[in-house]
Every structure is written in C-alpha cells, then in structure tokens.
Design a protein around this ligand. Sequence first.
Ligand SMILES: [Fe+2]
Length: 386
Amino acid sequence: MPHYHKLGKIPSKRHTQFRKPDGGLYAEQLVSTEGFSDLYSLTYHVHPPTKVLDIEDSYSIAPEVAIEKNLQHRSFQGFNIKPEADYLKSRVPVLVNNDLYLELAAPTKSMDDYFFKNSQATEVIFVHEGEGTLRTMYGNIDFGYGDHLVIPRGIIYKIDFKTEKNRLFIIESFSYVRFPKRYVNQAGQLLEHAPFYERDIRKPENLETHDEKGDFKVLIKRENRIWPYHYQTHPFDLIGWDGYHYPFAFSIHEFEPITGRLHQPPPVHQTFEGHNYVMCAFVPRLYDYHPKAIPAPYNHSNVDSDEVLYYVDGDFMSRKNVTRGMISLHPTGIPHGPHPGTVEKSIGKKETKELAVMVDTFKPLSLTKQALEIEDEGYFRTWLEE
Ligand SMILES: [Fe+2]
C-alpha cells in the first residue's frame, strides 16, 4: 500500500552475494504476503532469522464473547478500561467478528523484556493519548497523539512509551489494511482527490542494526494464542532492506476534510479499508455552506453495516453526554441520528472541532465480557427526551 522504500545497505542485485566487512555473508530474507503474490520486502540480516532456542507452551488469549448477536444501540466508556503495566495484557478486546477485533488498551510500561509479533492480523493502533517510539526490524517510527500506526501482519515490534499515560484504540484486522481503492491509481499513487497524500505517510527511519546474541523472547500471536519463542539472535539485526512491506504512521491531524454546500456522506471521511470493513476519520472542519444547510447529520440507517464510532476529542454537536474515549455501536439497519434538540441548535454553526475514528463493519459485531463491564446502560433510549 505505501510506496517503495529502502533503508540501510543493500546489494545492487537481489539474491546475490552480499558480504559483511569480515567476508561472511549477510542472510537475505524475503518477507512476502498473499502467498508470495503481493506486497513484499527483501531484508538483509547479520544473522539468519531462523535460530530458535526454545518454544514455551502456548496459551489462549481468545476474546470472551458475552453477547454474540446484537441488534441494540450501545455505548461504552472506553477510558474505564483499567491501565495495565504490560502491553499485551493491557489490550482488551471489546467488539469482535470474523474480520476484525476492536480493542482498547491503557499500557503504562514500555515493552522491555519481550518483542511482539501478530501473525494473525494487521494492526492499526490509534494513539489517543501517549507518545513514544515504535521499534521494528525495518526501523523506528516516533509517534504521538492522533497517529494511526499501521503494522502489517508478521512484523516483530516493540513499543517504547515516553510516559505511563497511554490510551490506544486498536484494530486487529484479519485482512490487509489498504487505502480506499478509489483514491489510488494503477501505479499505487494516491490521487489528487484523496484527503491525504504520500507526504503524510511516515515511513520507518533510523535503522538500528543489533548484532547481538543471547536469548530474545518474541511473543507470537496466532489463532488467538500466544506462542513464546526464544531466539538466539536479536530480531532487529538488519543491515538494510527494501520493498513495499513495512510499518508506517499516518496522523489523523493530516487528514484534509472534504466539505460541501450540503452535508457530505460518511465515505468522504474514509482513511483505510480491509475485507468487510472501512475506517474513517472525523476531523475539525467547516460545516456545509448552503444558506439553508443543517450542519447536524440526518438520521441514517446503514442497512449493511454495524457502525462503531470512537470519540477522541472536541465537541460532538449531534450527541449528548459524549466523553473522550467513548465508543458508540449502532447496529445494522436500526436508524440513529442527532440527539433531541441538537438539529435546531446546529443551524448557523460554522465549524466543528470534533475528532473521532469510525469503523463500519459489513458483518455483525459481538460484544465481549469486558465490553459489558464498561457499557452505559440504556443508551438506546437516549433519543426519547427533548
Ligand atoms: Fe452514524
């Protein structure tokens, strides 16, 4: 999805002898997707990436589904998820289906004694609070408030947080995450009408080559289990790499909103898509400028999607009692819209400061046990009173 990129030293011809200063060979690794038929990178390790010392017993971290079938508007207090020191333990699945998991996390500590590799999903980590550095074998990406960190499936990573106050909204996607097809030309370039551009995509930099031997723990997630692998060599020992398969960051603050004389439909807010879902970013923008425009959205029922909104910051003109980190779930085909009184109030308003991330899934979402613990009871009745 992103463009060709390279870091460090690589041989002039692929699959040829590439020697270290001491005369030994670097170990080439092809990291490929879709059965060697789609995006890939060629990487050059100081040591072969195959030196497994040990594998501990695997254990389950499968989401515990509490309500499998849902047809009720619901809302959840995302910030009521308890902070937790360990990054992996901090990740709480809230809404799940066979295409993706939506998770919340409030990790307080950096990943000091292990690396993580998600072998079942590409991750989009939306950083609501916190800053730090995402470290991978492809290089590092500094991140902060508002970043989407896109980590394709199979990339080993580690996160260093700067402080203990971190809030993450994580999309675990079982298909690859791409920009909307309509924004990309045949060569893969973002088109002029897209609300973002290649310069807004932050690629890995500062490649660190760790030529170290020891015992390096990599927790690998596959089929909702963690497999604790121990490697003899440091996973980040690349001297160089090139290709299209690597992690990147895109900040919600770089999204340029598309506005109009009349209310624009949700797809204008789209950022990413995967199999059976889309992601959107609602950002501060000018309201519709027809003289009789109604800035509040119309009531709507999306007959094909469950609609999940994660509220980040700013004012949410069409909703009452919205808090930071709140999640609303509006299931397929059940109409929802502005809360009572908010339509008239919106008339004449010139701009909104709202910031939110939306995920629309084309298959129904189930609720986990932890989702029920942070649910606002009776949300489905909140349209009754003026
Ligand atoms: Fe909606």
